[in-house]
Write a protein that binds this ligand. Structure first.
Ligand SMILES: NC(=O)c1ccc[n+]([C@@H]2O[C@H](COP(=O)([O-])OP(=O)(O)OC[C@H]3O[C@@H](n4cnc5c(N)ncnc54)[C@H](O)[C@@H]3O)[C@@H](O)[C@H]2O)c1
Length: 371
C-alpha cells in the first residue's frame, strides 16, 4: 500500500457512486469514503435487514442517498447521470446463497442484469474513469480440490448465487474487451476491473443465515446458535480488508494505470481459511458466559465445502496485503457488537475501527499520525 496519506489526498473531493450502499459492506465503504473526504452518492434498494448498519450508523447523513433498483436500467442511468461519478464501485447484489435457492430469478436479474445496467450507465457517462465490480470468491467453479483459487481459474457455481457471480464476471470481461479495452483507453478513458473477496466479517452485519450475524444475534439473546455446515472452510476476513483492496484498485484505475484493469482476488492469508466451527468456537469464547452453538442435523441445500483464494497477484502487483489477521478481525467484530448491544453509537464504533485499521496498515508511524 502506498499509505494513508496517498489515499487521503486521492479521495478528497472525488465523486464516487457506490451501489449497494445500504448493505453491510456498502455502509462500511460509504463511511470510509466519506471519512476520506469523497463526495459519495449511493444507489440502492432500502437496507436489506432490520436492524441495519445503514440506519444505525446514519450513513444517509454522510452520502447522497438514491433509492433505486439496479434491475431498472432507466433508474440506473438517471442515477449515474445525476452523480456524474469519476469512480463507480458496484456492490449491489442479492448476496445470500440460501435466498438464491428461493429466488433464483431475482438473484440472476439483480446480480447479472444489474451489473449490465450499471455498465450501460457507465458507457453513457462523461468524466467516468474507473469502475470496480464486486463479485465473490464463489464465482469460481468449485471442484472441491482444496486448492486456493487464482484469478485465471474457470468461472462456475453450483447454486444460483455463485453462478450469478460467475456470470457477472463474464459480463465484466465482455464489457472490458468490447467497450473499455485497455489498449483503447486514450479514446474512452475508462478502466474496468472486478474484485473477488472472501467471506467477510465485521460489526453491523445482520444478514440472515450468515454465520457471524447468527452468532451475535443468538449470543445477545442468550440462545445457542444452530450451525448448518460446521466443517465448511471459508476465507474469512474483516470487512475493511477487501475494502482496502477495492480502494487501492479504484485509485490506480482512476489514475490511468490500465494494466490493473483486470480481475483480482482480495482474500485473507492462507492460514485464515478456516472451518466454520473454529470461528464459532472463538467467538463463543470471546463473548463469554452462556455463548455456544450446536450443529443442526437437518438436511440443507448444497453449499461449497472448501473455499480459499490465492492473493499473490494483488500482493505482487498492487502491493496489497491483509492488515488484520483472522484473530484480530474476530476481536474487532466482537468488540463492535458487544459495544453496540451495550448502547454505544454505531457511527463512532465504525469510524473508530476504520481509522484504527488505516493506522495499522500505514507503512510508517509518521503517516499513521497523519489523520
Ligand atoms: N458479505 C460477504 O461475505 C461477501 C463475500 C463475497 C462477496 N460479497 C459481495 O459483496 C457485495 C456486498 O455484500 P454485502 O454483504 O454488503 O451484502 P448485503 O446483502 O448486506 O447488501 C446488498 C446491497 O445491495 C442492495 N440491493 C440488493 N438488490 C438490489 C437491487 N435489485 N437493486 C439495488 N440494490 C440492491 C441492498 O439494498 C444492499 O444495499 C455483494 O455484491 C456481495 O455479493 C459479499
Amino acid at each position: 500500500m502506498e499509505g494513508l496519506v496517498t489515499q487521503m489526498s486521492f479521495w478528497r473531493g472525488r465523486r464516487v457512486l457506490v451501489t449497494g450502499h445500504t448493505g453491510f459492506k456498502g455502509s462500511w465503504l460509504s463511511l470510509q469514503l466519506a471519512d476520506l473526504g469523497a463526495e459519495v452518492t449511493g444507489f440502492s434498494l432500502p437496507p436489506p435487514t432490520e436492524p441495519s448498519l445503514f440506519v444505525a450508523a446514519r450513513v444517509a447523513k454522510h452520502v447522497r442517498h438514491i433509492d433505486g433498483d439496479v434491475r431498472d436500467s432507466d433508474a440506473v442511468r438517471a442515477a449515474v447521470a445525476s452523480a456524474r461519478p469519476e469512480i463507480v464501485l458496484h456492490l449491489a447484489a442479492q448476496s445470500l446463497v440460501r435466498t438464491s435457492y428461493e429466488e433464483p430469478d431475482a438473484t440472476f436479474a439483480t446480480n447479472v442484469m444489474g451489473t449490465v445496467n450499471v455498465l450501460e450507465g457507465a458507457r453513457r457517462s462523461d468524466g467516468l474513469r474507473a469502475i470496480v465490480v464486486v463479485t465473490s470468491d464463489k464465482c469460481y467453479e468449485n471442484r472441491e480440490t482444496g486448492r486456493a483459487y487464482v484469478e485465471d481459474d474457470p468461472m462456475g457455481g453450483h447454486d444460483p448465487y455463485s453462478a450469478s457471480k460467475g456470470c457477472a464476471e463474464l459480463v465484466v470481461s465482455a464489457y472490458r474487451r468490447s467497450f473499455f479495452g485497455p489498449a483503447d483507453h486514450a479514446r474512452h478513458g475508462v478502466a474496468l476491473a472486478s474484485a473477488r473477496a472472501g467471506n467477510v466479517i465485521g460489526g453491523g452485519d445482520w444478514a440472515k443465515d450468515r454465520l457471524v450475524p447468527d452468532l451475535m444475534r443468538d449470543f445477545a439473546a442468550g440462545r445457542r446458535t444452530r450451525i448448518r455446515f460446521p466443517e465448511a472452510v471459508r476465507p474469512w476476513q474483516h470487512v475493511l480488508e477487501p475494502l482496502s483492496g477495492y480502494l487501492e484498485l479504484a485509485r490506480r484505475l482512476c489514475e490511468g494505470e490500465v494494466s490493473v484493469a483486470e480481475c483480482w482476488n482480495f482474500g485473507p492469508a492462507a492460514s485464515d481459511a478456516q472451518p466454520v466451527r473454529r470461528l464459532a468456537d472463538r467467538l463463543a469464547e470471546l463473548w463469554g458466559e452462556g455463548a455456544g452453538w450446536d450443529a443442526t442435523g437437518e438436511p440443507q441445500p448444497h453449499e461449497a465445502g472448501h473455499l480459499s483464494l490465492d492473493c499473490t497477484k494483488a500482493e505482487e502487483r498492487l502491493g496489497w496485503r491483509p492488515t488484520w489477521n483472522l484473530d484480530e478481525g474476530l476481536a474487532q467484530t466482537l468488540a463492535w457488537y458487544q459495544a453496540y448491544y451495550r448502547g454505544a453509537d454505531a457511527y463512532n464504533l465504525t469510524v473508530n475501527q476504520i481509522r484504527a485499521h488505516a493506522r495499522a496498515s500505514a507503512p510508517s508511524p509518521s503517516l499513521a499520525h497523519g489523520r
